[in-house]
Every structure is written in structure tokens, then in C-alpha cells.
Write a protein that binds this ligand. Structure first.
Ligand code: TXA
Ligand code: MG
Length: 310
């Protein structure tokens, strides 16, 4: 995609004035504001209708800039070297003299940090002298946005500006890892756990227990398209859309597929846009055919399961 400098300038100007701007990233679109400004961060919560106790992810250009705000260890550096910029978010200790707004962290002493790979996001970060707090650009508990149209559909003119960046290439939110002690995955995401384990040369635990929530992305009822979802469906009911991983030989109008041949990366990229499309096509519910629970299939199933609690 060609970089449009005028668009980036416009976003920069608004962000400098503590306004919120939707930005493209390779995972999903984010609703961004100056992470050092209470005013900007309060606006993010308001627009998203996000509960105040749910802290924000902060986006940095690189780990040199991060040094001002957070301390990090060897495990962080190993993962940073291999996967950043990319779809991984780290929980780190906040430094005492950090300028990060208390609104971002809900007064916690940890910070969720990510280095987006999307060229438009990086270009914008280069022009700013602050990092960007940016939760996913969707109303709380709803399915995330993977295009500028999705953001406009969800927020209309409540968001001052949507920076164009095409369709998000990963299509699922970042994998969140608490790296401060024993590495622990807090949210499955666009980076596979096996790749993380290979790099760290150790097993990581997955803390997916909804009773002990440390990352509200783990709450049930999340990522919902606004209509019921049935998992591992074998039969299709009346007025129901049928969603499968790969194209079916028989193709009826209510059949939707996430990839041509069962490729999980392609399926991840298409998941949220397909859920949105089914809703727009006015189906009353979605029956999902079993999707293999391996690699990114694990993240896809995780999201569908949470969305099915509607
Ligand atoms: O891919 C992504 O991560 C996207 C793009 C825009 O970067 N962002 C995203 O943000 O998914 P959000 O806010 O929808 O999800 C971030 C999750 C939330 O569930 C939040 O609770 C958790 O990160 N989180 C934020 N700060 C945390 C902290 N200090 N400790 C534990 N979890 C934290
Ligand atoms: Mg979100």
C-alpha cells in the first residue's frame, strides 16, 4: 500500500491536540490517543464505552523509546528481536518516572506494550513525540474492526478521523504475554504460542481461566457480532448462516467460508469481516462447522467461543 503523507499529517495534527484518531494496524484497527495525556485517554474510554478498570495497550515505535516508560528483561529481548514489530503485546513493569497517563493503566504498575508492524502506523509513530494508547477500535464487547469502513460503521462521526490503511493483514488481536516472571499467555492472538515457545526455548503457560481474570480480553461475551453463534454445528436451522473454515463443495446462499482451502492464516484474516458480513446480510444466527484447534485455529475458536456467549 502506498503511504499517503497528507493523511498521516492530518492524524498527527489531531493527536497533537489530544483528539482520538482510528489507526490501522496489522492485527485490527485501534482507537488511538496520546498515552501521556489524561484528556486524550479519557476520550478513548468515552467513545468506546469501555469500563474504566480495563487498561489500555500502548503502541511504541521501538524498544529504545519504550525504555523511558518500562523496564524489561532477557525474555522480552528475545521475543522482541524475533517478533517485533508484530502481533505480540507484552505486560511489563512501569517505571516510577514514566509519563504514561494514570488513565491508561487504571493506576496499575504494569503496562501492556505493543510495536505495530503496519507501515502507516509506524510512519505515524515516527512523527509523534509520545506513544499511542489504542484499544481495538470497536464498541466494548463487540467484534473488532479490520477496515476503515468497519470503524465508520461502528462509530459514525464519533471518531474525528479514520486513518486509511487497507484491510488488516493478520485480522486477529495480538497475543498478550506477561513476561515479567514465568512467561504466561493472557490472551491467545495473532502470534502462535508454539513460535513463542521455540524462541524462548521453554513452555509458556496459558492463563485462560475466566474466573481469575487478569486481562479483561478474557471476559466472556466479547468479540460478539450481535447475533447468536452455535459452535460445532452439524445441522443448520432456519434463517441461519453456516460458517465453515473452507469452501464447501455444495454452495448455498447462506454458506460462508473463511478460506478457500482451509488455510488458518487466511481464515484468521477473514474471520471478523465475515462475521460482520453475515450480520449485515440479516441472518438471525450463525452455525459454525468444527474448526481444527491447532495453531491460529486455537485463537479463532477462542474468539468464536467468547462470541457465542451472546
Ligand atoms: O492487536 C491488538 O492488541 C489491538 C491493536 C489495536 O493493537 N489492540 C487491542 O486492544 O486488542 P484491546 O484494548 O481491545 O485489548 C487489550 C487487552 C485488554 O483485554 C486489556 O484488558 C489487556 O489488554 N490489558 C491492558 N493492559 C493490561 C495490563 N497491564 N495487564 C493485563 N492486561 C492488560
Ligand atoms: Mg478489544
Amino acid at each position: 500500500m502506498k503511504i499517503n503523507l497528507a493523511n498521516i499529517k492530518k492524524a498527527q495534527k489531531l493527536l497533537n491536540k489530544n483528539e482520538c484518531v482510528a489507526i490501522p494496524t496489522e492485527t485490527v484497527y485501534g482507537l488511538a490517543g496520546n498515552a501521556y495525556s489524561d484528556k486524550a485517554c479519557k476520550k478513548i474510554y468515552k467513545i468506546k464505552k469501555r469500563p474504566k478498570n480495563n487498561p489500555l495497550i500502548v503502541h511504541y515505535l521501538n524498544n529504545q523509546i519504550l525504555k523511558k516508560d518500562c523496564s524489561f528483561n532477557n525474555d522480552f529481548l528475545k521475543l522482541y528481536k524475533v517478533f517485533c514489530p508484530g502481533p505480540i503485546t507484552f505486560i511489563l513493569d512501569l517505571k516510577k518516572n514514566s509519563k504514561i497517563s494514570k488513565i491508561v493503566t487504571n493506576k496499575k504498575n504494569t503496562l501492556a506494550v505493543r510495536f505495530p508492524k503496519h507501515r502507516v502506523a509506524r510512519n505515524l509513530l515516527k512523527k509523534l513525540d509520545f506513544p499511542l494508547a489504542a484499544p481495538s477500535a470497536n464498541p466494548s464487547s463487540k467484534v473488532s474492526a479490520v477496515s476503515s469502513d468497519d470503524v465508520r460503521d461502528d462509530f459514525g462521526n464519533k471518531v474525528k478521523y479514520v486513518l486509511e490503511g487497507g484491510k488488516s493483514s493478520v485480522g486477529l488481536e495480538s497475543t498478550i504475554i506477561d513476561i515479567r516472571n514465568k512467561p504466561k499467555i493472557l490472551r491467545l492472538g495473532g502470534l502462535e504460542i508454539s513460535a513463542i515457545e521455540r524462541t524462548l526455548k521453554k513452555k509458556v503457560t496459558i492463563s485462560n481461566n475466566p474466573l481469575k481474570v487478569s486481562s479483561p480480553g478474557q471476559f466472556n461475551l466479547h468479540y460478539s457480532p450481535g447475533i447468536p453463534i452455535r459452535l460445532n454445528a452439524k445441522k443448520i436451522n432456519k434463517n441461519e448462516a453456516y460458517l465453515s473454515l473452507e469452501k464447501m463443495r455444495q454452495n448455498k446462499t447462506n454458506f460462508y467460508f473463511l478460506s478457500n482451502n482451509g488455510n488458518l492464516r487466511e481464515a484468521a484474516k477473514n474471520l471478523y469481516s465475515t462475521l460482520r458480513k453475515i450480520k449485515k446480510d440479516k441472518y438471525k444466527s450463525i452455525a459454525v462447522r468444527k474448526i481444527p484447534n491447532k495453531g491460529l485455529g486455537k485463537t479463532i475458536n477462542d474468539r468464536l467461543k467468547r462470541a457465542s456467549k451472546f
